[in-house]
Design a protein around this ligand. Structure first.
Ligand code: SF4
Length: 548
C-alpha cells in the first residue's frame, strides 16, 4: 500500500516534468487554473528547467531553483536574497548574456554557479564530465538513504496536495485569500519537486521498485567500483607526470605504470559488470506501471551544489572566471608567466616550473594576443586591455569548458572593449567554450550573446534568443530597460519608459511579482502571486502574469 502511494506521488510529480502537451503535469496545471478561475497568469507553458531540448542543444549546465541568501550581520533570520529561485539552462557552445541593473544579483549568480559561494538552495547540474568519473560523496549518501528519501518525498507530496486543496477551497472567496493560497501551493509544489528530482535523477524507474535493499546494494557496488577506477586513474596521471618530467628513463617508473594500466583495465571491466547488474534490474522492471515515465527523468549531471571542497576543486579546471577589474584581479608581485602558469601547476598539469610549463604558458599567451617577450613582465607594465588579455589567458591556461565573464569589458574604453569582445568570440570558436557573459551594458550583451537572460532583484524575468528579445519584449521590465538605451533619434527618445520608484531592498523584497512596485501594468494578482518563468513563445520564457 505504501509503495502504491509512493508510485502515485512519483507519477504525479513526474507529470510536472512531462514535455507532451497532454501530460499529467498540464492536467494538474489546468485543474489548478480552473480552481482559481482561469487567472490570466495560468498559461499552460513549459518551465525552462523542465525542457532540456537534448536532441538539438546539449545543456552544459542545468540550473533549477537556485537561491543564494547572505545572512545580515547582527540580525538572525534576516537575509539578503541575492538570487531567489533561478531556473535556466546553459547550452554547450553558446554565450548566454545576463543583463540587469547594478545590484540585481548577476555577479552573485555567476560566482554561485562556480560554487565560489556555496549555494543556499537548488541544484546546478554540470554535464561536462561523467558522474562516475567523480563518484561524489552525495551520490553515495543518496543511495544509502533511499528509504528515508522516499518517506520524505511522500510527506512533501501530501503537504503539496493539501495546499492544492486549499487553493480549490479558496477559489470562491476573496482575491487576497485566493492568491495567498496559490502562493503557498506553489512553494509546497517546488519543495516536493526538488525532493523528487534528488531521487529520480539517480534511480530513474528503479525508484518504483519495492525491493529497496537490492537497489541500494547494486548502486553501492557500482559506486565503489567507480571510486576504485578513479583512484587508479589518479595514480596513472601522477606517474605519467613524473615520467614526462624526469630527465632519465627509469625502469621502476615504467614497471609501476604498466602495473597500474593493467589494474585500470580490470577496474574498467568490473565497472561495466556492476553497471550491467543495474541494467538487469531495470530490464526486470521494464513495462511496469510508471517505469518509463520515471526512467526518462534519470539524469547523470553532476550537482555542483552538493560536491565537497575537494570534489569541486577537481572541476575548477572546467569552470573558470574572468574578472571585471583587470587592475586589481592580477597579483602585482607575479610576472605574467607566473600568473598564467599558476592554474596548470595547481592542477598538476606540470610538476614544476620547467620548460614544459613555459611552453604551455607561451602557447596560451599567443592565443590571447600577448607577445612572448611579455612573459617576464609585471602587471603594472601593461595597459588595461593587455591586462584583461592576461586575465583571459589565466582562465584559459587550464583548458576550461565553461567561463563566467563577469563584466569582463566594463572597465575598458570602447575601442579596447571591441578588441576584447572579438578575442573572446574567436577563443570561443577555437577552444569550444561556453560563456555566461554578465554585463549591465545592453549593446555589449547584444553583440556577444546568443541568448539573453534579464534579471531583476535576484530572479530571471525574461529569457530569449538575442534577436528575439530585442525585437519583441514580453516582460514590462525588459520593455523599460530596452527603451532606456540612449539613441540619437528624437522619435525613439520619446518612447522611453521611465521606471517610477527605487529598486526594492533584496532583504525584504515585495511579495508576489518583485517588479510590481514599479510596473505600469500591475493588477491584484501581481501583488500576491509570484509569476513563474514560463515558455510564452517557442524558446522565449517570461515571468509575468500579463505578458506583453
Ligand atoms: S507586476 Fe508587471 S511584471 Fe509583474 S506580473 Fe504584474 S504585469 Fe507582470
Amino acid at each position: 500500500m505504501a509503495n502504491d502511494n509512493f508510485t502515485q506521488a512519483a507519477l504525479t510529480l513526474a507529470g510536472n516534468f512531462t514535455v507532451d502537451a497532454g501530460g499529467v503535469g498540464e492536467a494538474v496545471g489546468k485543474a489548478v487554473g480552473k480552481a482559481v478561475g482561469n487567472l490570466p497568469g495560468n498559461l499552460p507553458g513549459n518551465l525552462p528547467g523542465n525542457l532540456p531540448d537534448k536532441k538539438q542543444k546539449k545543456p552544459l549546465l542545468s540550473i533549477r531553483n537556485l537561491k543564494q541568501y547572505f545572512p545580515v550581520k547582527g540580525h538572525r533570520n534576516m537575509f539578503v536574497k541575492a538570487n531567489d529561485g533561478i531556473t535556466l539552462e546553459i547550452y554547450e557552445g553558446e554565450t548566454l548574456g545576463l543583463v540587469g541593473e547594478s545590484g540585481c544579483g548577476k555577479s552573485t549568480f555567476g560566482r554561485t554557479l562556480l560554487q565560489l559561494y556555496r549555494q543556499t538552495h537548488g541544484r546546478s547540474l554540470f554535464y561536462g564530465r561523467a558522474l562516475d568519473s567523480i563518484a561524489p560523496h552525495y551520490l553515495r549518501d543518496t543511495i544509502k538513504s533511499l528509504p528515508h528519501g522516499k518517506q520524505n518525498l511522500l510527506k512533501l507530496f501530501d503537504k503539496s496536495r493539501a495546499a492544492d486543496a486549499e487553493v480549490k477551497a479558496a477559489s470562491g472567496g476573496d482575491d487576497k485569500h485566493k492568491f495567498r493560497a496559490m502562493e503557498e501551493a506553489e512553494k509546497s509544489r517546488k519543495a516536493a519537486e526538488d525532493a523528487f528530482l534528488d531521487l529520480v535523477h539517480i534511480f530513474g524507474g528503479l525508484l518504483l521498485s519495492p525491493n529497496e535493499d537490492e537497489i541500494i546494494a547494486a548502486y553501492l557496488e557500482h559506486f565503489n567500483a567507480a571510486a576504485h577506477r578513479n583512484r587508479i586513474n589518479d595514480d596513472i596521471a601522477a606517474l605519467e607526470l613524473k615520467k614526462t618530467e624526469s630527465a632519465e628513463k627509469s625502469d621502476s617508473l615504467e614497471a609501476a605504470l604498466s602495473e597500474k594500466r593493467a589494474a585500470l583495465a580490470s577496474a574498467e571491466e568490473e565497472l561495466k559488470r556492476k553497471l550491467g547488474a543495474i541494467d538487469a534490474l531495470r530490464g526486470r522492471m521494464k513495462g511496469s506501471e510508471g517505469f518509463d515515465e520515471l526512467e526518462r527523468l534519470r539524469d547523470d549531471g553532476i550537482d555542483l551544489a552538493r560536491l565537497d571542497y575537494n570534489e569541486m576543486r577537481l572541476l575548477r579546471r572546467d569552470m573558470q572566471l574572468i574578472f571585471q577589474d583587470p587592475y586589481s584581479s592580477l597579483n602585482p608581485r607575479l610576472t605574467v608567466g607566473q600568473i598564467v602558469g599558476e592554474g596548470p601547476l595547481a592542477h598538476n598539469f606540470f610538476s614544476g616550473t620547467g620548460e614544459a610549463l613555459q611552453e604551455h604558458v607561451l602557447g596560451v599567451m599567443n592565443n590571447c594576443g600577448l607577445a612572448p617577450y611579455m612573459i617576464h613582465r609585471y602587471p603594472h607594465q601593461f595597459s588595461g586591455g593587455q591586462r584583461q588579455r592576461i586575465g583571459i589567458a589565466r582562465a584559459l591556461a587550464v583548458g576550461p569548458k565553461f567561463i563566467v565573464c563577469d563584466e569582463a569589458v566594463s572597465a575598458l574604453d570602447v575601442s579596447i572593449q571591441s578588441q576584447i569582445l572579438n578575442l573572446l568570440s574567436e577563443l570561443k570558436e577555437k577552444e569550444k567554450l561556453t560563456y555566461l557573459f554578465i554585463s549591465h551594458d545592453l549593446s555589449v550583451i547584444k553583440y556577444i550573446s546568443d541568448r539573453i537572460g534579464v534579471m531583476y532583484l535576484g530572479n530571471i524575468v525574461e529569457l530569449a534568443d538575442s534577436e528575439e528579445l530585442f525585437r519583441h519584449q514580453r516582460h514590462p521590465y525588459t520593455e523599460a530597460l530596452l527603451s532606456a538605451i540612449p539613441t540619437t533619434r528624437a522619435a525613439k527618445a520619446k518612447e522611453s519608459i521611465i521606471l517610477e520608484g527605487d529598486i526594492p531592498s533584496p532583504i525584504k523584497p515585495p511579495k508576489g511579482c518583485k517588479f510590481h512596485t514599479r510596473c505600469r501594468y500591475v493588477t491584484d494578482i501581481c501583488r500576491e502571486v509570484t509569476p513563474e518563468l514560463k515558455e510564452t513563445d517557442p524558446g522565449h520564457f517570461t515571468a509575468c502574469h500579463h505578458c506583453l
